[in-house]
Design a protein around this ligand. Structure first.
Ligand SMILES: Cc1cc2nc3c(=O)[nH]c(=O)nc-3n(C[C@H](O)[C@H](O)[C@H](O)COP(=O)(O)OP(=O)(O)OC[C@H]3O[C@@H](n4cnc5c(N)ncnc54)[C@H](O)[C@@H]3O)c2cc1C
Length: 414
């Protein structure tokens, strides 16, 4: 018999959890603080089995420290004397080693490939969200970064992914659409992309059709518990009872965990994007401009540029124009025939990547409450890992063995 499941958060993770749970016959209520479908929309839309290296990796500490002193750099940690930041930083420091990378790559590859397979199935039924398999091009301009990219490519090749290492002439032979002065590139043929605004609208309409209940709340005020179980969550006007509860509130999941007297290490990685009509010489393959960590994705009619990662807190909603200028400078430095101007502040989308210090998501049951599940911490890969996370959450609720093994690899120290 189906269970009553309450999902806290209606971003891409919450909606995919609702989708697979509802398909399995459970009765679902999704609670969100804002207009549903407005989060997870402005990201770059990349589906990235290529991203097998977690955020916490050797070299990231020194790179991060160097970047921190440059106001246009892609990575920034807002310095604060705050226990959440100190504890996150310490866990990040402890995880930034080769052993952690070796333990994580296969798990990331497997969850990514499962997600891609689920996206393929979804898009075969109805491709309202512009799913396409054109790969991902990592472009670089300096030999030093080229060397790092080739090493990363080798790791992906060793893991069985289809990867091509291209020099300048190989790059010129691609049907890329745009002229670039990059020195070379790595093409990950495993990767895909889609239009995130359309994906979120598609999911919402599917869930409406499946009779999933959506409730807009101003906040969750309490999580009530009794003998090792969550009994209800209480908002300002209503309370919600259920057999199972899923915390999928992105960067805000930490606040909800606190209401249940649990602690998860999670901080928002703020980033920006802007979207303009697709120009004639638009790059046709989704691309990351490596030196500036800028993502470029051409959709059917538009092109989106996104980047920067500021480790901050959820009350920090400021758009930092210095960082946006850094994105624009990177675009202009890679594409001599595109002369991008700095967008107006109101044209910029801002979003939070829910970052765990290890770079792995949290997908699993709470250690304190037997009917509470966490599905968060996907950092820069939430859209990519959405469908697989939804299936893993369903596997936990439905007590199915299908994805239990994969699931067990994402239950790590919170
Ligand atoms: C510039 C940029 C580019 C990116 N590009 C990519 C990409 O190409 N590929 C990729 O895979 N990922 C990408 N990402 C990351 C991706 O967008 C995130 O990982 C993803 O959106 C996280 O989804 P989520 O559902 O966990 O959280 P969110 O999308 O943040 O959703 C969380 C939801 O919880 C709600 N909420 C908050 N508090 C409460 C509460 N108390 N009760 C109930 N609900 C609450 C919020 O209103 C929100 O709707 C990018 C991110 C940025 C910033």
């Amino acid at each position: 018999m189906g269970k009553k499941v309450v999902i806290l958060g209606g971003g891409v993770i919450g909606l995919f959890s609702a989708y697979y749970l509802s398909k399995a016959g459970h009765s679902i209520t999704v609670l969100d603080k804002q207009n549903l479908g407005t989060s997870s929309t402005g990201n770059a839309g990349m589906i990235v089995p290529s991203h097998v290296t977690p955020l916490a990796a050797p070299g990231m500490i020194s790179k991060g420290v160097r970047w921190m002193f440059n106001s246009t750099s892609p990575f920034y940690v807002k310095p604060r004397l705050n226990s959440d930041l100190l504890s996150w930083g310490w866990k990040f420091y402890r995880a930034a080693n080769q052993k952690h990378v070796d333990n994580s790559t296969k798990a990331l590859r497997d969850i990514s490939l499962l997600s891609k397979k689920l996206y393929q199935e979804l898009s075969q039924a109805s491709n309202d969200f512009e799913y396409e398999e054109k790969g991902l091009l990592m472009l670089y301009r300096s030999e030093k970064v080229g060397q790092e990219e080739r090493e990363a490519a080798q790791m992906a090749i060793d893991l069985g992914l289809e990867v091509e290492i291209l020099d300048q002439s190989g790059l010129n032979q691609l049907n890329y659409g745009a002229r670039t002065n990059a020195l070379g590139a790595v093409l990950y043929k495993s990767d895909a992309h889609l239009q995130p605004n359309k994906l979120m609208a598609f999911l919402r309409s599917e869930l409406d059709r499946m009779k999933v209940e959506f409730v807009e709340i101003s906040n969750i005020q309490a999580v009530e518990t009794k003998v090792g179980r969550v009994t209800k969550v209480v908002s300002e006007k209503q309370s919600f009872e259920g057999d199972e509860f899923v915390i999928a509130a992105g960067a805000w999941s930490k606040e909800l965990a606190k209401l249940a007297d649990e602690s998860i290490a999670l901080l928002p990685g703020k980033g920006y994007s802007f979207t303009i009509p697709k120009m004639e010489n638009a790059p046709l393959i989704p691309t990351i401009l490596c030196e500036g960590k800028v993502a470029v994705t051409a959709f059917q009619d538009e092109i989106r540029f996104g980047g920067t990662m500021e480790i901050t807190h959820v009350r920090d909603q400021k758009i930092n124009m210095n960082r946006v200028t850094g994105i624009v400078n990177t675009i202009n430095s890679f594409y001599p025939e595109i002369s991008m101007t700095i967008p107006k502040e109101e044209e910029i989308w801002m979003g939070y990547r829910p970052c765990s210090p290890t770079g792995l998501p949290y997908i699993g049951r709470s250690s304190k409450y037997s009917n509470l599940i966490y599905a968060t911490g996907h950092g820069m890969m939430g859209l990519s890992l959405g469908p697989a996370t939804g299936e893993l959450v369903n596997s936990l609720v439905s007590i199915s063995m299908k994805y239990q093994d994969l699931c067990s690899r994402f239950v790590h120290n919170k």
